[in-house]
Design a protein around this ligand. Structure first.
Ligand code: AMP
Ligand code: MG
Length: 305
């Protein structure tokens, strides 16, 4: 059932789409330089074309051929690659990342993933691979092979099973543009970790730099209610911390944000399959990974506070 990394690399070279496991979430992958293949990703996901894609490469050297890395970008790459960090830099060489992949911007988003299977596919293919989350646009990202196949398996020539995603949330996106470093999307690499390398991040006002950060996103069919203290009639409560709700539906019984991140999208999907009146979610502290969890939950609930 699962394709090998070599089969996936051949499918990419043929201009087909693949399901690619990464440590963050499952990706729907295509050759970043093939505009037709990239267009097929937007079509399969129903993704608006103003929302640019991340190019995945095998190592920092390949990244620095595509993007213009200043000292800050190099320091971040050195500290967090391979891993769940995406860097947005000025485009340096667009010959292998088509305009559509960048939504026409003069910047490019690049990541070196850590998942060994993702790295094997990238090494075998040899060029940048765009791989947005393998869900249809607006829905929770798939973090298991079965969920990825259910979402967009219809669109791919090769589906690679890499097991359950260990991080469970999309990458942290940091822009390094015009001498300013800004957090465009929180993720598993936390704000504190980034600031420990580059110092204080630029404040707000960078939203325009990151098209595609929609207010309603990552959402199951059932309405999501956040900061809930108890389930209301017909709701499933996703608890956080000891003794909160049914342990089967707990994001983390011990109150561990990393465990909650790894479970979040899988439990949102599982709860949704029960067709509840709603999905209530306990408060998750804003510290560490909590910033990324709360970002996704606010969007799943339909507002950005
Ligand atoms: P994903 O939806 O996980 O594929 O992540 C892609 C996100 O990365 C987009 O929604 C943007 O927020 C951000 N992004 C990608 N490319 C760029 C870019 N060139 N400039 C700014 N943000 C970008
Ligand atoms: Mg996504």
């Amino acid at each position: 059932m699962s394709a090998t990394p070599d089969e996936a690399a051949r499918a990419l070279a043929d201009g087909a789409l693949i399901l690619l496991p990464t440590e963050t979430v499952y990706g729907l992958g295509a050759d970043a330089g093939n505009a037709e293949a990239v267009a097929a990703i937007f079509a399969a996901k129903g993704r608006p074309r103003f929302n640019p894609l991340i190019s995945h490469v095998a190592d920092a050297e390949a990244a620095a051929r595509i993007g213009a890395f200043d000292a800050t970008a190099h320091a971040l790459a050195q500290a967090f690659w391979p891993g769940p960090l995406t860097l947005v830099t000025p485009i340096r060489d667009a010959s292998h990342v088509c305009d559509l992949a960048r939504a026409g911007l003069d910047s490019v988003a690049i990541r070196v993933p850590a998942h060994p299977t993702a790295r094997a596919v990238l090494a075998a293919f040899g060029g940048p691979v765009v791989a947005p989350s393998a869900n249809r646009s607006g829905r929770p990202s798939p973090t298991t092979f079965a969920d990825a196949v259910e979402e967009t398996g219809f669109a791919v020539a090769a589906a690679v099973d890499g097991g359950d995603c260990q991080v469970g949330l999309e990458s942290t996106v940091v822009s390094v543009l015009d001498g300013q470093t800004a957090l465009l999307r929180p993720g598993a690499v936390t704000r504190d970790q980034i600031e420990s390398v580059v110092g204080p991040l630029a404040g707000g006002g960078q939203g325009h730099r990151s098209p595609g950060r929609l207010a309603l996103h990552y959402a199951p069919d059932a309405p999501v209610r956040i900061e809930a203290t108890a389930a209301r009639a017909g709701e499933i409560l996703l608890g956080f911390g000891p003794g909160v709700g049914d342990p089967r539906w707990s994001l983390s019984p011990s109150g561990d944000p990393a465990q909650a991140a790894a479970n979040l999208f899988r439990l949102l999907r599982e709860a949704d399959r029960q067709r509840p009146a709603g999905i209530a979610v306990s408060p998750v502290p804003q510290t560490g990974l909590g910033e990324a969890i709360n970002d996704r939950l606010r969007r799943a609930a339909g507002f950005v506070g």
